[in-house]
Write a protein that binds this ligand. Sequence first.
Ligand SMILES: [Ca+2]
Ligand SMILES: [Ca+2]
Ligand SMILES: [Ca+2]
Length: 232
Amino acid sequence: MKRLAPLMLLLGISSIAAAEVSTSVYLADGNTPLEPADPNIPLVYRDIMAGTKLTIVIASDAAESWDGGMYISGIDRDYGMLSARDYNDVSHDWQGSRFEAAGQRARVNNIEDAFSSGFELHSHRSGGAGDWFIIDYTATNVGGCRVAFYDYGVPGGLFVPVYELVFNHVPTRDFDHDTGVGLADFAVFALYWGATDCSESGQCEGTDLDADGDVDGNDLALFADYWLETTQ
Ligand SMILES: [Ca+2]
Ligand SMILES: [Ca+2]
Ligand SMILES: [Ca+2]
């Protein structure tokens, strides 16, 4: 490196810095950030209801030809699902999931194998800084799901993710399945208020939120946590 340094100075190279590529998680509106459960643990997000849709935006601080991906592996595939937008038959990729800043020859490709499911992301240096890609996430079942983010350019990056986004899905409060939690759902809740035989009657249409067999104040508190929240 000692001998190389003067040469780098001659060429005007101060350092060879790679672009910083990062992910952000938003609600389905693509605008409201999903907060972490604990501000000190940024990649573990607050609980969301099963059925909730999220958007994951992949952005960069510089133009670069970059290769990476987002995947869900193993049993986690039973709890969450990734999807992309507007498949293009000519480019053979998910055109709607890449933005102009990702460059002219950017591509988003679906990858499915025995172990994982997700999307390979390729940017092109003709692009620029900004939002490169958008991938949709659906919480399909109650439970946990990890979404691994890969940067193929880092050492071992093909095999080891840079990090994982951790999601936890709780039972839905949207009892009438209209994608929002509101008065109609409260009406269903009120119908079962005071019930004590929920295990026999199909969890009282989901209103026995802590699954202890009754519908009481504990379930009401759990219901109220998601009041007016939307899933899509
Ligand atoms: Ca509802
Ligand atoms: Ca209960
Ligand atoms: Ca109870």
